[in-house]
Design a protein around this ligand. Sequence first.
Ligand code: GLY
Length: 356
Amino acid sequence: MRTVHVDLGAKSYDIEIERGILGRLGETIKMLLPKAEKAAVITDSHVGPLYAAVLQQTLENAGFAVTVLTFTAGEESKNLTTLGTLYDGLAEAGLTRSDMVIALGGGVTGDMGGLAAATFLRGIAFVQIPTSLLATVDSSVGGKVAIDLSSGKNLVGAFYQPKAVFIDPDLLQTLPVRYLHDGLAEVIKYGCIRDKGLFEKLEKLEDDTDLLVHADEIIEICCTIKARIVERDEFDTGERMLLNFGHTLGHAVEKTFHFDTYSHGEGVGIGMVLLTRRSEALGLTEPGTADKIECLLRKFNLPSTVQMGQEDFLKATALDKKKRGSQLTLILLKTIGESFLQKVKFSDLPAFLPEE
Ligand code: GLY
C-alpha cells in the first residue's frame, strides 16, 4: 500500500494506492466514518456495470445500507439536470448528515459527486474512488468539485475536500487506451512542472503495458506533487496555478473543436508544446524543451500540433478575458522540471501564441 497524506489541518486526508483495494474497502471506510450507516455510490453508465457491484458488496459486508446512483457517462451529463436527479436519489435513499457519498468513476463523476456531497444537507462526507488515470492523478485530489453550465465548463462548484481517496491501479486495465493516454498527458505535465526524474522515467517506458506495470509508482509521484502544492495553496491563488501548465491553450483547442475532437489531455499536450515553443523563442525556456515534450507525447499517440492560428486562440480565450480582467497568468517552463507563473496582459498574449 502506498499512502500520500494531504495535510490540510482539520481537512487532512490520505490517498491510498493499492491493487485490489476496491474489493476490501468496506471495513476501511467503516473505520474512517464510524457513525455512517448509509452510503450512496455515485457512478456512471460505463464504470457502474464494471465495478459498482464489487464496491456495494464490500460496503454491505461492513454493515452499510448502499444505494447506487448511475448517470449517463460523459461530460454532457455534468450539468444541473443530472445533479438535480442525484439530489433526489440522495433524498430518496434517506441519507443523513452523518452518512456519505462515494464517487466511483472518472473526473465527471468525482466533480459532480463531490458537488452533490458538498451541498446536500449543507455538506456530507465524501469519498473518492477515481477509476481513470486522469482522475487518479488530478481531479480526485485537491477538493475542486463542479458542474458545467451551457456558458462554460466548471462554472458552478466549490472547494470541498474528500475524507479519503482510494486508488486501485488494477481498474486502469479496463480504461480505453485513448483515455489512458489522456491521463498520461497530465502525468507528463507533472514531470514538466516539478519533476525531471518523473519525466525521464516516462521517457524510458516502453509502451502502455509498461505504463500499467509502473502505474502505482507514477500515480504516487503525481499525487505527492499535487498534495504538496494543494497544501500550500488550497484555494488556487498562486502556486496551484502551476498545475494549469498547457491548460490555457489546451482549453482553447478543446473549445474551438466543440469539445468533441480533442480530449482534455490531448488539448493539454498540444497546449504544453505550443506554449513552450513560443517561450523558447522568447528566450524564457531552455532551447529543446518543447521537442522533448513533443517526443514523449508522440510516443503515446498524443497529438502535439493543431490546425489553429493566433486568431482562433484569441477568440477561444475571450471568455477568460471577461472572467480575469486585463491580464492572465501563463505557466511557463524554465526547463523540464522547473516552472514559473508569468502574468501576461491580454494585449501581449499574441507573443505567446503560435504564429499563423
Ligand atoms: N486540476 C487543477 C487543480 O486541481 O488545481
